[in-house]
Design a protein around this ligand. Structure first.
Ligand SMILES: C[S@@+](CC[C@H](N)C(=O)[O-])C[C@H]1O[C@@H](n2cnc3c(N)ncnc32)[C@H](O)[C@@H]1O
Length: 239
């Protein structure tokens, strides 16, 4: 991946998610022991509490974060954006099954150039997405731009583990060897699930994401670690 240009990397990522789209939800459930639903719900509450209006979910994939937002009484309607159309097709099917189509719209687009006016949303969320962005500072600035003053930017993401105990050594090993095997077994795609642990090893720690959010102009930046420290919810406000 390191040798690819930004555009080539984006093409690689979207093709990979198109290939695994049908098995994506199942793999998420197996790899997190079903915890990913609770993590999104918790992040959703933190994103919208005390606010009221439309919400945006970026890198929405098959739409689970958007659906949690749509179920919140504070949220009038939700836009879910992703650049992989096969993921969006599944999101639309799930929206009608869950009778949430009236409140959710899915649209194709790139996180680095959001097709929305300034200050349109009460919050911009992103679940397991920022690790895939080719230019995180630009994507964060775009999230800040489309959120109202006083609105929130929230990310749920697998983070590079910090610290010295046994966990920061053992969990990445588990990730590196077990995840590709699960991907091959359940999604028939070892390559895609080899990309996942590699993208985490090369990604930021929770503290580094704090700094990236502050650099994007956000205030009151904080995070909550989950899943034995492998996952973090980051939350911050637009001044
Ligand atoms: C791991 S999935 C996350 C899906 C969903 N948010 C969730 O919580 O399960 C990552 C998604 O990010 C999308 N994505 C990656 N880079 C993107 C970009 N630059 N713009 C829009 N979507 C992007 C991929 O197409 C994929 O659907």
């Amino acid at each position: 991946m390191a040798h690819l240009t930004g555009q080539e990397r984006a093409r690689y990522v979207t093709r990979m998610f198109a290939r695994i789209s049908r098995r994506y939800d199942l793999l998420n459930t197996v790899m997190t022991g079903g915890r990913h639903y609770a993590w999104r719900k918790r992040a959703t509450g933190m994103a919208v509490e005390g606010l009221s209006g439309p919400a945006l979910d970026i890198a929405t994939g098959t739409g689970d974060f958007a659906f949690d937002l749509a179920r919140r009484p504070e949220v009038t309607d939700v836009v879910g954006l992703d650049f992989t159309r096969d993921m969006l097709k599944l999101a639309n099917v799930k929206a009608s099954r869950q009778e949430l189509s009236r409140h959710t719209t899915f649209t194709a687009g790139d996180a680095h150039a959001l097709p929305f006016k300034d200050e349109q949303f009460i919050c911009a969320t992103v679940g397991f997405g920022i690790r895939n962005f080719i230019d995180l500072p630009t994507a964060l600035q775009e999230m800040v731009r489309v959120v109202r003053p006083g609105g929130r930017v929230v990310s749920l993401e697998i983070v590079r583990m910090e610290g010295r105990g046994p966990m920061p050594k053992l969990l990445p090993l588990h990730f590196r060897y077990v995840t590709p095997w699960l991907g091959s077994l359940l999604a028939g795609d070892r390559e895609a699930y080899t990309y996942l642990p590699k993208s985490v090893e090369n990604f930021l720690s929770a503290t580094e994401i704090d700094h990236a959010m502050s650099d994007a102009g956000l205030v009151n930046v904080r995070h909550k670690k989950l899943g034995l420290g492998t996952v973090a919810i980051h939350i911050a406000e637009k001044p």
